[in-house]
Write a protein that binds this ligand. Structure first.
Ligand SMILES: [Fe+2]
Ligand SMILES: [Fe+2]
Length: 293
């Protein structure tokens, strides 16, 4: 058997496996159709209800989110028409894109990665990114949600498609003190940020989205979307600060203070005040996500 020795060789092998991930189970047709309607300039409720109603499990999920305490309604939401009214198109778009991605990458929980906690981390990073984007006046809020939601996509990919490597990476972190990124590079020749952006590029995601996924741990290296990469970086750190979602895999996550200066955060005090402002928002969002899976 061929012995793979150098990091370049490991990287080449990883890229070969990734190239085959095109054969993934496609995103369910209903979710695709629903996203298309929601992406259109003037989404039509009637069309959306028709499409979503084709998939009973999607109907159930959307209704349970509309009935969640987050929306605090007196009346029970039993129809899709009412659910769309309660949630609104932009909230629904978030839910539908989150569900499509979870559907594509979901795997069994094991002692190395708790799926529910991982997607909670992804969803919350997306939601906080969107909120920070709004608060700092960044124009494309929807893009901020998606970028935040997908930032750690590479972790889910390694867990599902390189499972024995995932185990080795976890053990390496545990036993040799390497950071997550270092352990990933050691084993696969590339880290989860590179893996995520490699796939995003192959799937023809917008360049700025690929760039943000690639540099979410080092936003100052971002080539095309420095501000969004910084927002995602800060959102990622904020979820860690409040200790919600899966962090066993990324426990050494550190905040890049150089980048924070560009978001007008100059000291640890300012940072703490900024982050504390998201406390209630994060709690509300954590409630909502429990209804997603
Ligand atoms: Fe990450
Ligand atoms: Fe993360």
């Amino acid at each position: 058997m061929e012995i793979i020795t150098t990091q370049t060789q490991r990287r080449t092998k990883t890229e070969m496996v990734l190239a085959n991930i095109f054969k993934l189970p496609p995103i369910p047709k209903v979710l695709l159709e629903a996203s298309k309607i929601l992406d259109s300039k003037a989404p039509k409720s009637k069309l959306l209800v028709d499409v979503i109603s084709k998939d009973q499990s999607l109907v159930t999920k959307v209704l349970s989110i509309a009935n969640s305490p987050l929306f605090g309604l007196q009346r029970k939401v039993t129809s899709m028409d009412f659910a769309i009214l309660v949630l609104g198109f932009s909230e629904l778009k978030k839910i539908i894109s989150a569900l499509s991605v979870i559907e594509t990458f979901k795997n069994k929980t094991d002692k190395y990665l708790d799926q529910k906690e991982f997607w909670l981390h992804s969803f919350l990073t997306g939601s906080i990114s969107e909120k920070i984007a709004e608060d700092v006046g960044f124009q494309v809020k929807g893009e901020a949600f998606l970028a935040g939601f997908l930032h750690d996509m590479g972790v889910a990919v390694i867990h599902r498609f390189f499972h024995s490597s995932f185990v080795t990476i976890s053990e390496l972190q545990e036993n040799s003190g390497l950071s997550l990124l270092e352990a990933e590079t050691e084993v696969l020749g590339m880290d989860h940020a590179e893996i995520g952006s490699f796939l995003a590029e192959n799937w023809n995601f917008p360049t700025s989205l690929c760039d943000v996924i690639r540099y979410h741990h080092a936003p100052n290296e971002s080539l095309s979307n420095f501000l969004l990469a910084s927002i995602i970086h800060l959102a990622d750190f904020t979820t860690k600060h409040f200790n919600v979602g899966q962090f066993a895999v990324d426990k050494n996550l550190e905040l890049d203070m150089e980048v924070m200066k560009n978001m007008r955060i100059h000291s640890e005090d300012e940072l703490n005040t900024f982050i504390s402002g998201y406390d209630t928002f994060l709690l509300e969002q954590s409630e909502a996500v429990r209804y997603l899976s």
